[in-house]
Design a protein around this ligand. Structure first.
Ligand SMILES: [Zn+2]
Length: 583
């Protein structure tokens, strides 16, 4: 993904005076400036309010009626919460562009002066406070024209397209702005409802391909309503996908003994290409199941839908818009990347956007790894090298503090594309450092919370960077904080200084702020057929005896991500040429 430019405004506090409460985000950066959105709605991942933190989000039942001609939406959302502490009002996020028709609590309509949605944070005063353990049902009926994406999936919202055969072709993609663009939710990574049902009404004969399990379709007066149910969806995973779809279906026998439904909704008239891509599904599944572990949503489906935007990791209904491009690596990288997020993003969800590299770094490392699985080392290193030359190093991958989505994605403010490319190459370096057994055990424990995942013995979970570091230390029995301090919490890459001296080669790691970096290094002495020796680099230094005139190669097997002046020069040259070509 590339990043959008944004202007951050720091707002101290927004008081919702009418309700006598402070919707207060002290010192928190709100959203980027986006046409037609409040800063609060444009942002995703703002800290949950105390009222939101005091609730368990049990179910969301979402009715959508979609009007392609007017690009409007009728919404009817019934949300069930359970209180884990006393609560006097309910707070959910919903774009304030929608006209709210009614709000009810436990089936009783609330007077309009008991709720307000001034900036996209809908606050509803309760008729009587909830005690710990109480359950409450909040229903919101609303209507309006959802925010239109400028450049989906990077700048999200709704895409109102036309299929090549002339029918409406509609998609939502809201990673950057959040679920509150079209349904009332808790727009924070940890705001997942336990169960979401959807009832999507579209003009006949359009198809609405949804998250989770299909519960059937009703036809009525020129409309069709498609029913879906899913569990523990990532908040931005709930998506509308509507078009003149045809469906490919198959069953996959997993190596874990269960059967997984395979489903691909493709556009009418693209059956031949779609069948070729569909034939890749079982191989991708088997790669992930044999390398990482069981497919997390086997009870629902492996689902893919053809979209008018490039792609997005919508849980069990991955958006695919790569136009069936062929690749020299023999697989569709876009589909494989989005599918990787079923493990890294949907099964494992970050606790905060600051940990987004756990989704995108692992998600991006799965492409070289899959290339290695399919075709061997040449393909692995070729893909990895492509990622390496894109590493920017302007900001650390992890800030170590809560971040909003756009702060992470904007490379002026945060790591931007480095959460993908650098994250991936860092994982390669970690794998080389601790070995395959420890690397994949740590990965499994991160994803499943156990090293022995089996269908039925795990649930979707949250984790952050700190937990991953603890897992690596626990699995290896060593303290690898120095590795993560340099690669994740510093922006500059470590530089390996090599100086010939009287009896060989003096080696030294140079790091930002002189952080310790005892990374062992291999050196090949002689030409390409020379002997490879390992230097321990304890205390970040080492020495290797070798003849004065001998050629040598540092890190001949490309195990360690490090600063390489020629890559930085190449990047600068490429950028200058691109800018010159624009003039
Ligand atoms: Zn991704």
């Amino acid at each position: 993904m590339t990043q959008y430019r944004s202007i951050i405004r720091r707002m101290l506090c927004i008081a919702s005076v009418a309700l006598g409460l402070a919707g207060c985000l002290a010192g928190t950066a709100l959203g980027p400036k986006k046409e037609g959105l409040t800063e609060y709605t444009a942002a995703t991942g703002a800290p949950m309010t105390p009222e939101q933190q005091a609730l368990v989000f049990e179910t969301a039942d979402l009715k959508f009626k979609v009007f392609p001609e007017t690009q409007r939406l009728d919404g009817d959302a019934t949300l069930v919460f359970r209180a884990t502490a006393p609560v006097e009002r309910l707070v959910v996020d919903l774009d304030s562009r929608y006209a709210i028709g009614s709000v009810s609590i436990d089936g009783t309509p609330r007077p309009p002066d008991t709720y307000a949605n001034p900036e996209g944070r809908l606050t509803v005063a309760l008729p009587k406070p909830l005690a710990t353990g109480d359950q409450v049902t909040l229903r919101i009926v609303y209507a309006g024209a959802p925010h239109v994406a400028e450049r989906a999936p990077w700048d999200g919202g709704f895409v109102w397209a036309t299929a090549p055969t002339g029918e409406p072709w509609i998609a939502s993609a809201v990673q950057g702005e959040g679920c509150d663009l079209f349904w009332p939710c808790i727009d924070h990574p940890m705001g997942e409802p336990a169960v979401v049902t959807q009832h999507i009404t579209v003009p006949d004969p359009l198809v609405a391909a949804g998250n989770g399990v299909a519960l059937g379709m009703d036809q009525h007066d020129g409309w069709r309503t498609w029913h879906w149910r899913t569990q523990d969806p990532n908040t931005y995973a709930i998506a509308l996908n509507i078009g003149p779809y045809e469906l490919l279906r198959d069953e996959y026998r997993s190596r874990y003994g269960n059967t997984i439904a395979l489903r691909f909704w493709h556009l009418r008239g693209r059956g031949d290409k779609a069948r070729e891509l569909f034939a890749e599904f079982p191989t991708m599944l088997d790669f992930f199941e044999s390398t990482i572990g069981p497919y997390p949503f086997a009870d629902e489906k492996m689902g893919v839908v053809e979209t008018p935007h490039l792609g997005m990791e919508h849980q069990t209904i991955n958006a695919y818009g790569n136009d069936y491009r062929q690749s020299e690596f023999g697989y569709d990288w876009l589909l494989q990347h989005e599918f990787a997020h079923e493990w890294f993003g949907n099964q494992l969800t970050n606790v905060n956007w600051d940990d987004m590299w756990l989704h995108e770094g692992f998600g991006s490392y799965m492409q070289p790894l899959y290339a290695q699985y399919l075709g061997g080392d040449m393909a692995y290193y070729a893909q990895l090298h492509g990622q390496r030359v894109g590493v920017v190093n302007r900001h650390p991958i992890v800030a170590g503090r809560p971040m909003l989505e756009h702060e992470v994605y904007d490379d002026e403010l945060g790591p931007g594309g480095d959460i993908y490319a650098k994250g991936s190459v860092v994982l390669h370096s970690l794998r080389e450092l601790i070995g395959d057994e420890a690397f994949f055990e740590a990965t499994r424990r991160l994803v499943y919370g156990t090293d022995t995942p089996r269908p039925g013995n795990f649930e979707p979970r949250y984790a952050g960077t700190v937990e991953f570091i603890e897992i690596v230390n626990d699995v290896t029995g060593k303290d690898y904080r120095w590795f993560f301090d340099v690669y994740l919490y510093s922006s500059a890459l470590p530089e390996l200084l090599a100086t010939r001296d009287g009896d060989g080669l003096a080696l030294q790691w140079k790091t930002e702020d002189d952080k310790p970096f005892p990374m062992p290094v291999q050196v090949r002495i002689g030409s390409v057929d020379g002997e490879v020796r390992t230097v321990a680099m304890t205390d970040g230094r080492g020495h290797l005896g070798m003849p004065a005139e001998s050629p040598y190669t540092l890190d001949p097997h490309s195990k360690v991500l490090r600063a390489l002046p020629h890559v930085a020069e190449y990047q600068a040259d490429k950028k200058a040429r691109a800018e010159k070509a624009k003039d």
